[in-house]
Design a binder for this molecule. Sequence first.
Ligand SMILES: Nc1ncnc2c1ncn2[C@@H]1O[C@H](COP(=O)(O)OP(=O)(O)OP(=O)(O)O)[C@@H](O)[C@H]1O
Ligand SMILES: [Mg+2]
Length: 473
Amino acid sequence: MRTSGWYRVAMFGAMIVVLLNTLFAVKTLHTLFLVQGWRAHTLEVITHTRAIDLEISQGNSAVRAYLLTGYPSYVERFHQAKGTIDSELVQLQKLTIDNPAQQNRILYLKKRILIKRAALETAVAMRSGMAGPLDMTALQPSLSDSPDGLPSVYYCIDRIEEEEQRLLNDRTREVHHAEVLVWVSFFSASLLDIFLLAAAAELLIRVLRDRQTLADRAAEIALLNTDLEKRVELRTRELESSNKELEAFSYSVSHDLRAPLRTIDGFSLALQEDFADKLSGEGQDYINRVRAGVQRMGSLIDALLQLSRVTRTELQHEDIDLSQMATLVFQELKGAEPARSVTFTAQPGLHANGDSRLLRNVLENLIGNALKFTSKVSDPQIEFGGRPGTGELAGKTVYFVQDNGAGFDMQYVDRLFTAFQRLHGDRDFKGSGIGLATVSRIIRRHHGSMGAFSEPGKGANFYFTLADGPIAG
Ligand SMILES: Nc1ncnc2c1ncn2[C@@H]1O[C@H](COP(=O)(O)OP(=O)(O)OP(=O)(O)O)[C@@H](O)[C@H]1O
Ligand SMILES: [Mg+2]
């Protein structure tokens, strides 16, 4: 997996952990609120229990005060306490509805309160009916905590409170436990956040650093490229000027060679014509050989001059009907060999933009070769055409000259376009090996490319492309 893939997995994992942690924090908070609610509930129950306890004591004290003083306001206070106790009991019953044991205890308390209350009321009635001195011994049983000897109301209240205290302790513990969990979850969430923040910051720093490094490298490469371009430009200029020098040199050499060659040609001809009777058969043979050599050298010089002219002349641009030009070239070349019968076809309407003189030279060489290398087949056929290019040549028109002549071995195809390279012997097919080198130069000057494919004995196909629009230089 790529680094970015690992980062994604890590981020996804971190997100899951954060989510789980959040769920855990919410859950612990929820539990905390719940147990806190329960604890508050228990405290409320205790408060009401204590209120009952207090009111019972107040009621008892009011009755005692009445018994001692006989003031009716104490009786009133006693009745007031009764009312408060009853309403507190109702509250208590409601609050402990979910606790059957407490409900039982409250019911029992209620009963005990009624008994105690009845005893107090009896005492109050007795006191109000007493005419003589106060007889406290007669009233004492009614004032005792448990008039019938069974558990007192205080005992009952203590039991209820005891149970609530036990619940309070349990719930306080639960609250503490929940608090600890809340702390743990929030603390771990904070730690996780810090860790993730640090990781994200580290990641960001790395990305920024990488970007900076990339930018630095790009700047370096751009600098190198400009340097390289400058050097290439310089070398190209150097090459161009040395090429021009070489061209000029070979042109002047070829040109200057012509004069002495003409002298040799003229004097050898004079020797042959004027002194034929003075020369032996062997002498005449030598003269013939000299003359043949001179002629061959002459045609070599012509070829060289033609080749150098290709690079020396300025390019003219015009729209050319290549199909028409090919037909004309064929007719002209064929005219030099009227005895031969050759089938020539040219796909009509093939146009190109270029220098007409040079492109004519191309067709002359290619069609000339096709004529030459079909001279030994029984039904010579030559075709000029164009097809859409594929691969590297996609979008261009590929022009071709196809024949069914001698062909050649593809192993040597690259040599053909170099000057003086020939794949066939001079005895079979005459030539100086300069034609295709010239063609190659012309095509290069038109910013095109060229190539060939063939098989010995199965003909050859020479193709070329040209620049789409006008050509610079
Ligand atoms: N149509 C063809 N069929 C087979 N071989 C060819 C064909 N055209 C060129 N060649 C091979 O490529 C060689 C080079 O061709 P090129 O035209 O440069 O020279 P040439 O025809 O021999 O001489 P020149 O054109 O200078 O008179 C030829 O000698 C021949 O071996
Ligand atoms: Mg040729």
